[in-house]
Write a protein that binds this ligand. Structure first.
Ligand code: G1P
Length: 296
């Protein structure tokens, strides 16, 4: 018999104002902006579903319900496409709703990532011993790190995060780990974690990517933290509190790629990267880029 999945529920915090994408985000949530033709939220949902998640709890502000609506079927549009024999488009339209059961948890005040994750707690069931948290700004490539994180939780228990190497001058943008080696090269035991340290205060150059596999105990820790970096309730501080109380926390060091969809520069790189791999748009884009670069 195969072992039960490491988690059933994936939480996606998506309540931010998307200020770096203004003015577009006046009307369109950042999570619905298309990477080629697929919104970032679907990329994250499909990663969660591929790792075994059955449910996506999208934490949004009251005026961003469109993010969850994206996962609802659109019978009229489907009928029209069916009548017109547009099989490929029909498949695309049905893909999101078929992926996963999506629901909304409302965060009505922007009090930080830790607060956002805590807003999902009322949606959990008794079966949720652990939850995955995926930050939709982060694309971690190739997909599959959550599967490795689940293996590490099965072996060591507790909570498992994902780390990647950052240049020392960038530590102040991330949660940064203090780690010890284990007998596996890509797994470190986490001794401490600090949110957005200045380079001279950073315990390492291993930063948290936006993938977390958290034991349910994190919700209790989230109720006990005080505002931290930026005056916000930080998920990092809840993890640090758990560590200080003896809860095992490990990190999988991801050595693949990563895109930051949270700002236009990072978003464009992701879009170009995905478009170059696209059979329809890739070849033409490649030729155009080469020609465009020669003009610099
Ligand atoms: C959040 C987390 C941080 C993590 C980062 C990854 O920060 O608080 O620990 O390293 O995501 O993208 P934010 O990017 O929301 O400032």
């Amino acid at each position: 018999m195969s072992s039960p999945p490491a988690f059933r529920t994936a939480i996606v915090p998506a309540a931010g104002l998307g200020t770096r994408f203004l003015p577009t985000t006046k009307a369109v949530p950042k999570e619905l902006l298309p990477v080629v033709d697929t919104p970032g939220i679907e990329l994250v949902a499909s990663e969660a579903a591929a790792a075994g998640a059955e449910r996506l709890v999208i934490v949004t502000s009251p005026d961003k319900q469109a993010v969850t609506e994206y996962f609802r079927p659109q019978p009229e549009l489907e009928r029209t496409l069916e009548e017109r024999g547009k099989k490929d488009l029909l498949d695309k339209v049905r893909r999101g709703p078929a992926l996963i059961e999506a629901e909304t948890a409302v965060q009505d005040r922007a009090l930080g990532l830790g607060h956002a994750v805590g807003c999902a707690e009322p949606k959990l069931t008794d079966a949720d011993d652990a939850v995955a948290v995926l930050l939709p700004d982060d694309l971690v490539l190739p997909r599959g790190v959550l599967g490795r994180m689940a293996e590490v939780r099965a072996k060591h228990g507790g909570s498992v995060l994902c780390a990647f190497e950052v240049p020392p001058q960038q530590t102040s943008s991330y949660g940064v780990f203090e780690v010890d080696d284990t007998d596996e090269d890509d797994v470190k035991r986490v001794r401490g974690m600090v949110e957005k340290p200045a380079p001279e205060e950073a315990p390492s150059s291993l930063a948290a990517a936006g993938r977390y596999l958290l034991d349910r105990q994190v919700f209790d820790a989230l109720k006990r933290i005080e505002p931290g970096a930026g005056g916000e309730l930080q998920l990092t501080d809840a993890v640090a509190l758990l560590i200080s109380e003896g809860h095992p926390v490990h990190t999988v060091v991801h050595r693949g790629g990563r895109h930051d969809l949270g700002n236009p520069g990072g978003f464009l790189k992701a879009a170009v990267d995905f478009a170059l791999e696209d059979p329809e748009y890739g070849p033409d884009l490649r030729d155009w880029l080469v020609e465009r670069m020669s003009r610099s």
